[in-house]
Design a protein around this ligand. Structure first.
Ligand code: SAM
Length: 219
């Protein structure tokens, strides 16, 4: 590995130890994925020195790449298995999709912003993430043609849980979604079994708006 590669590897090790394990994330597969995915490749060059810092970063189009800990927390809660087909709403930089792709069989990711969609699809292709399928459109209605999914992750804050996403969750499936007002949300986990849907709260969070038919109205 060249020098800069080793440097980023060390930054990832330290990010996992000090920001993620230190806050209670334990799943070894999630920790490995966070040690593997080169987060610095998903941020703008001018912010590359901050890629492994303990906060979100702007990615253009008034959107953000989430804080590493939040990515790990949501990924652990999703309990992704290697045979799983996962749907992500809000591709953004593509970083969360890449983390999921380390753990799942296939990841479908939807982005409503054309600029981010075009840019991120190219980056993921160039990096060789062949098990990620990028879609352009409104993720609040899900992806009926590929449903049902074993896991659904929404990475933007919704005013309420979009019904089409619940309908597209398989029996045994998990969904993680931030739900609440535009300024603060609760990270909610849904689990579907034969009896129905079970909901647990994972804690407060703050995401950009989920905009669409079953989300916030565009301004
Ligand atoms: N997962 C991303 C990452 O790893 O960089 C971070 C996502 S960012 C916090 C939220 C993203 O959701 C933005 O890129 C935004 O354009 C997108 N978004 C908002 N509403 C959406 C919708 N209805 N369908 C698809 N994407 C949406």
């Amino acid at each position: 590995m060249e020098i800069s590669g080793r440097r980023y590897q060390r930054l990832r090790e330290s990010m996992v130890k000090n920001q993620i394990e230190a806050r209670g994330i334990k799943d070894p597969r999630v920790l490995d994925a966070m040690r593997t995915v080169p987060r610095h490749e998903f941020v703008n060059e001018s912010l590359i020195d901050q890629a492994y810092n303990d906060h979100p970063l702007p990615i253009g189009e008034q959107q953000t790449i989430s804080q590493p800990y939040i990515v790990a927390l949501m990924t652990e809660a999703l309990q992704v298995d290697q045979d799983d087909r996962v749907l992500e709403i809000g591709t953004g930089s593509g970083y969360q999709a890449a983390v999921l792709a380390e753990l799942a069989y296939r990841v479908y990711t939807i982005e409503r912003n054309r600029t981010l969609y075009d840019r991120t699809r190219q980056i993921l292709e160039k990096m060789g993430y062949y098990n990620i399928v990028c879609r352009y459109g409104d993720g609040t209605i899900g992806c009926k043609e590929e449903a049902p999914f074993d896991a659904i992750l929404v990475t933007a804050g919704a005013p309420e849980i979009p019904k089409p996403l619940v309908d597209q969750l398989d029996v045994g499936g998990r969904m993680v979604i931030p739900v609440g007002s535009s300024s603060s949300q609760m990270l909610v986990k849904l689990y579907r079994d034969e009896k129905g849907i079970h909901q647990t709260d994972l804690g407060g969070c703050r995401f950009v708006k989920l905009i669409g038919q079953r989300g916030w109205k565009a301004e």
